[in-house]
Design a protein around this ligand. Structure first.
Ligand code: AMP
Ligand code: MG
Length: 334
């Protein structure tokens, strides 16, 4: 049986809040990607998330809160939280903080820290307020596959596993949140790039934000350990082999068969009417490119192509996050 897709009426939100209060799962829209939500204070409910996604137990979940009071239920705030909240919340930013004891170990994969975010999507905010509970929610897709940015994507991946999807339209950003560890506000560490950049965070915090080193990430990917969870080298992967390129040229396309698809950053002048050339944003707009990335990769993955090629974005602003996702999608392949 397929999951039910609900529109965001007040009656439906109340019904879905009841499902969550009773320990059930609901796929919810956020401004980043769709999430698979459960009551973050209910270990049993959160275990259902891991089962539905086939997510390994060492990959911790992000806890979504309606306001700072709810944050204080699950995490120890510090003064960096107030500053970052004023600048970026509600929005696509996740903070790593010391956790409070009420948070079940399953949520944080046994870590002493917890990831917290105040989302901006109006339907999720209303749902959070109606159920009055912090909601743990990783992306609503089978583990390792491309994140969902529409209700239809969720239905494709988890429709037979879950019962409820709240439809909030296509996601505004289309890329997962920026994650920054601010347990030590003087030494913030960027764990995952997103639409909000390390430079923007650094300006608000008044100190530079370090990026987690490649060696650190590689080590944790190899061991899949709790050292730096979720920094798996291979993630967000289509089933078809995907190769990234610094630049895609007409000559490169001409050298390969018409059964390979090319995803350019912007519309190439030489594209002509070729059926195997695609682009993230005709005019090369980084925000639009980010919004469309996952939907396009999914479409190409289903298109019967032998191989997918993707051109890296300029590494400014959200371009860093786009390239991070493309490199992970390609990881482990030739
Ligand atoms: P997602 O699957 O997009 O919801 O992202 C969840 C990710 O948040 C995990 O894969 C980790 O990278 C990160 N995360 C969650 N909790 C923690 C934590 N306590 N410490 C470090 N990273 C965390
Ligand atoms: Mg995910």
């Amino acid at each position: 049986m397929a999951a039910q897709i609900h529109r965001g009426t007040l009656t439906n939100l109340r019904r879905l809040a009841r499902v969550l209060r009773r320990g059930g799962l609901v796929a919810v829209p956020t401004e980043t990607v769709y999430g698979l939500a459960a009551n973050a204070l209910d270990a049993q409910a959160c275990r259902r998330i891991f089962r539905a996604k086939r997510r390994p137990a060492n990959d911790p979940l992000i806890v979504h809160v309606a306001d700072l009071r709810m944050l204080e239920q699950v995490a120890e705030p510090n003064d960096a939280v107030a500053r970052l909240a004023r600048a970026f919340w509600p929005g696509p930013l996740t903070l790593i903080l010391a956790r409070k004891a009420v948070v079940p170990a399953v949520v944080t994969a046994g870590l002493p820290s917890v990831a917290v975010r105040m989302p901006a999507h109006p339907l999720l905010r209303r749902l959070l307020r109606i159920c009055g509970l912090p909601l743990a929610a990783p992306s609503a897709n089978p583990f390792g596959y491309v994140s969902p940015t529409t209700a239809a994507h969720v239905q494709e991946g988890l429709g037979r596993t879950i019962a409820h999807i709240l439809d909030g339209g296509p996601c505004r950003h289309g890329l997962e949140s920026t994650i920054v560890d601010i347990r030590d506000p003087l030494r913030p560490v960027l764990l995952r790039p997103g639409v909000i950049t390390a430079a923007q965070l650094g300006r608000v915090l008044g100190v530079p934000v370090r990026t987690v080193t490649k060696r650190h990430a590689a080590r944790s990917a190899g061991q899949q350990s709790a050292l730096a969870p979720g920094l798996l080298a291979r993630h967000y992967s289509p089933r078809r082999p995907l190769i990234t390129h610094r630049r895609i040229t007409a000559a490169m396309v001409a050298r390969t068969g018409t059964d390979e698809a090319w995803l350019c950053f912007r519309k190439p002048r030489w594209a002509g009417g070729a059926k195997n050339i695609f682009w993230l944003s005709a005019a090369g707009d980084l925000r639009q490119a980010g919004r469309r990335l996952f939907a396009l990769v999914r479409r190409l993955d289903r298109g019967g192509w032998k191989r997918l090629h993707a051109e890296l974005a300029p590494s400014a602003g959200p371009g860093t996050a786009i390239n991070d996702r493309l490199r992970r999608a390609a990881a482990g392949r030739g």
